[in-house]
Each structure stands twice: as structure tokens, then as C-alpha cells.
Design a protein around this ligand. Structure first.
Ligand code: SF4
Length: 215
């Protein structure tokens, strides 16, 4: 997706790791950049280039992302990698993308004409400038409540597992609420459907890319 000359040394810190150091030099810890369709939430089905940043401040038991591996990439290198793909949308995800200084990347991608989406776990207050740059905000809380400072949340997407309760949902923060059964296990699908009977404005989400065996 990007040429080796665009990157710096690849490093894999021992697990567990923490968030990347906050850098002002336009270099980010990137886990992977790939093209697929958006498989979850309100943008489901839309072709999207995913910029997955490395590191996360949480350790969710169900997490299937190997976010600790990274390579250092400049904003220019990331932009070049994104431009190899035909999608109009770019989703900045992780790991936890708000653990790094992503405003310079978002600004450059926006200037290139991309529509920007971010998916965050909602534990880190976003810098205000990001709300001018990023159009679509998915907050998928893994800790409650959501951190302060979210001027806009397009969708709150909750993983419905054993510990999830409808009382955790901060519906007033977002335009839409999605419930996503953990690992699509039937008992969690049932649980989500039961909750939806009580909250008909909320919606069910799944992981379409997993069902279709896409990246
Ligand atoms: S917040 Fe997301 S990326 Fe981080 S450990 Fe949990 S599921 Fe994985």
C-alpha cells in the first residue's frame, strides 16, 4: 500500500503497549492502511479506505485488532497510500486514533477531497479542531461515560455483550444509536433485540465485512 521509502523503521513493542507519544512533526504510528467496505453502523456498504493507527489505551477482551504493531509514517506517506485506493471516504480508526495528533493528517486528506470518518472508543477528549475536519464521528464506548469534549457524535455504537446494559447508553449525545452484538453470538443478538423492543429509535448493527470475509 505504501512504498518502503515512504516509511521509517518498523517497530513492534512488547505487548501490552500504551498510547503513542504525542508528536507534532507529522509522523504517526500506523498499523495498516487498506481498502474495504464499511461494515458497521450508518455507513455500512460504502467503499472506504481505512487508516488504522496503532496502540490503544484499553484492553477489551473481545478485541480482534493487532493494534500494537506499527510503522512510522509521515502525513505525506499516509496520503500517498490512501490515494492508491478509489474510495471517497477515509476512516481513521485504531487502536485508538485520538491517542495521536491526527489533525495534520485530517487536514491534508480533506484538502485532497476525501470525506472523513473517525471511529474512537470515546475515552479521550478530542481536540476541538477535529470537528472542523472530520465529518462522521463514530464513538464506540468501551468505558462509560463518554469523555467530555465531543461537540458532535454521528453515531454511538455499543457492543452488546454480557456486561452491557441499556442504562449505559447516552443517547442524548448522538444523532443515532447502534447496538452491535458481540461476535454475533446468538445470545447477544437476542439481548440486543430485546433492548431494541424497549428503545425503538435505536438500531441493530453487525459486522458485514466479517460476514462476507472482507478485510
Ligand atoms: S477500544 Fe477498540 S481497539 Fe481498543 S482494545 Fe477495545 S476493541 Fe480493541
Amino acid at each position: 500500500m505504501h512504498s518502503p521509502s515512504d516509511t521509517q523503521n518498523e517497530t513492534a513493542p512488547p505487548f501490552p503497549d500504551t498510547l503513542a507519544p504525542w508528536r507534532d512533526d507529522g509522523v504517526l504510528h500506523v498499523n495498516e492502511i487498506f481498502y474495504s467496505i464499511e461494515g458497521e453502523g450508518g455507513r455500512i456498504g460504502e467503499p472506504t479506505t481505512f487508516v488504522r493507527l496503532a496502540h490503544c489505551n484499553l484492553r477489551c477482551a473481545f478485541c480482534d485488532t493487532r493494534f500494537q504493531h506499527f510503522r512510522l509514517m509521515s502525513v505525506a506517506a499516509i496520503r500517498a497510500a490512501v490515494r492508491e485506493h478509489p474510495a471517497r471516504w477515509v476512516c481513521i480508526t485504531g487502536g485508538e486514533p485520538l491517542g495521536q495528533h491526527i489533525a495534520p493528517l485530517a487536514r491534508q486528506l480533506l484538502q485532497c477531497g476525501y470525506r472523513l470518518h473517525i471511529e474512537t472508543n470515546g475515552t479521550i477528549s478530542p481536540p476541538a479542531e477535529l470537528f472542523e475536519l472530520i465529518e462522521y464521528w463514530t464513538v464506540s464506548p468501551k468505558r462509560y461515560p463518554v469523555a467530555s469534549g465531543y461537540r458532535r457524535i454521528t453515531e454511538l455504537k455499543y457492543v452488546v455483550g454480557e456486561c452491557f446494559s441499556a442504562a449505559h447508553v447516552q443517547a442524548e449525545l448522538a444523532e443515532r444509536v447502534y447496538l452491535q452484538p458481540e461476535s454475533l453470538q446468538p445470545r447477544y443478538v437476542d439481548k440486543a433485540l430485546r433492548i431494541l423492543r424497549l428503545h425503538p429509535d435505536w438500531r441493530l448493527s453487525c459486522r458485514l465485512h466479517q460476514l462476507l470475509d472482507l478485510p
